[in-house]
Design a protein around this ligand. Structure first.
Ligand SMILES: Cc1ncc(COP(=O)(O)O)c(C=O)c1O
Length: 418
């Protein structure tokens, strides 16, 4: 193997084939399903399989509430693109601060009852550049980070180039121990998620705020898997728990419950202005297109008042958990809308996903390492308001069939074996 620039001395392609072989050896090589969602018919979609197009049902989308097909959201996007064109035309500084973006930031600040908000091109970027920029402005900052934080937060912490301490997941005694042993005069930033998306558990937001107040720390919460879905206006777990005013920075995405694309942070004027002025991931990239901003604003506004999506979402998640559990499937305990089903082996997890798609027309992506720890591989199911009883029953039947074909333990057998 020789790459064009290699001149015969170097085997550049070899580096990449070796890298890919490592992933295949570890059963971590990812294969994407080529899907075409159908607006107005969620969760039905077309799968462009190797044998040609097939009708399937998606059971793992993070467009949790189906807002990506909502007429108000689609309408706002089409109308704005028709009126203002497609791209933003530049970075925010050059020509990218379009009016729908300004309106979106106002809407987000209002959603979280903060003075200001700042939009980024993704939730990933908002964490990566937001956390690092904030920490860098605080001399000798100590970051305290939950062990289960998402990769975007881990990258933000790394790029802050300051000291970090990892507290055991949701372990308040450990967090307190770390806070108590830090210099009281040192700036401290606690970063955590409100809802951990692979297990579906939530953070004790108020208890973290209690500790932050006691030890003089700042709080930064990732509400990516909660905004739109929790709280009377969709302000997330912090709104549901009455803690919005106690959190310094609320970070979220426009790409999951709001059905669009982009990320944001909300906080005080000075904090947001600092990130706007110093964050490379904000400054040196093209702004979100006006049509995307208008669509996101339409989704946020709708979910501020409509309870139907939130209530139906919770109802569908509860129903799915109950039906799968009644079928003896190993549903992992989750107090939220996430329904993880335990597999515990990367190959079987991939095989289960492949069989579901090929034999039952059900798409559920396998969740393997490094997204979850080895040995805890799972199928992560995300029911939406549009998954009706017929679809839920069909899912349970398909899963039982796959479990039996792969010899995976059903609940009674798993318990008997313990
Ligand atoms: C907890 C968490 N934070 C941030 C992100 C990144 O958000 P986005 O998909 O908008 O980039 C994700 C992505 O799935 C996530 O799970």
């Amino acid at each position: 193997l020789r790459s064009p620039g290699g001149g015969g001395l170097m085997d550049y392609t070899g580096y990449f084939t070796a890298a890919l072989a490592r992933l295949r050896d570890e059963r971590r090589y990812r294969v994407f399903a080529d899907l075409e969602r159908m607006a107005g018919r969620f969760p039905h979609a077309v799968w462009h399989s190797p044998e040609g197009p097939r009708s399937v049902v998606i059971w793992c989308s993070n467009d949790y509430l189906g807002m990506g097909q909502h007429p108000k959201v689609v309408g706002a996007m089409v109308e704005t693109a028709t009126r203002m064109g497609t791209g933003a035309g530049g970075t925010r500084n050059i020509a990218g601060t379009n009016h729908p973006l300004v309106e979106l930031e106002r809407e987000l600040a209002d959603l979280h009852r903060k003075e200001a908000a700042l939009v980024f091109t993704s939730g990933y970027i908002s964490n990566e550049t937001g956390i690092s920029t904030l920490a860098r402005q605080m001399p000798n900052c100590l970051i305290l980070s939950d062990a289960w934080n998402h990769n975007s937060m881990i990258e933000g912490v790394r790029q802050a180039h300051c000291e970090k301490q990892i507290f055991r997941h949701n372990d308040m005694a450990h967090l307190e121990q770390l806070l108590a042993s830090a210099d009281p005069g040192r700036p401290k930033l606690i970063v955590f998620e409100s809802l951990y998306s692979m297990d579906g558990d939530t953070a004790p937001v108020n208890r973290i705020c209690d500790l932050a107040e006691r030890y003089g720390a700042m709080t930064y919460v990732d509400e990516v898997h909660a905004v739109g879905m929790y709280g009377p206006h969709g302000g997330g777990i912090s709104e549901r728990d009455g803690a919005t005013g106690r959190i310094d920075v609320i970070e979220g995405t426009l790409a999951k419950a709001f059905g669009c694309l982009g990320g944001y942070i909300a906080g005080s004027h000075a904090l947001i202005d600092t990130v706007r002025s110093y964050a490379p991931g904000f400054i040196f990239t093209t702004a979100l297109p006006p049509a995307v901003c208008a669509a996101a604003t339409a989704a946020i506004r709708h979910l501020k008042t409509s309870q139907w999506e939130r209530e139906r979402h919770q109802d569908r998640a509860a129903r799915t958990k109950a039906v799968l559990a009644a079928a003896a499937l190993p549903v992992m305990t989750s107090p939220t809308h996430i329904v993880p089903v335990f597999v515990g082996d990367p190959e079987r997890c991939k095989e289960a996903s492949d069989l579901l798609l090929a034999e039952h027309g059900i798409y559920i992506q396998p969740i393997n390492y490094p997204t979850v720890p080895r040995g805890t591989e799972r199928l992560r199911i995300t029911p939406s308001p549009y998954h009706d009883d017929v679809l839920i029953n069909a899912l349970a039947e398909a899963l039982v069939d796959v479990w039996q074909r792969l010899g995976l333990p059903l609940k009674e057998r798993a318990l008997a074996a313990e």
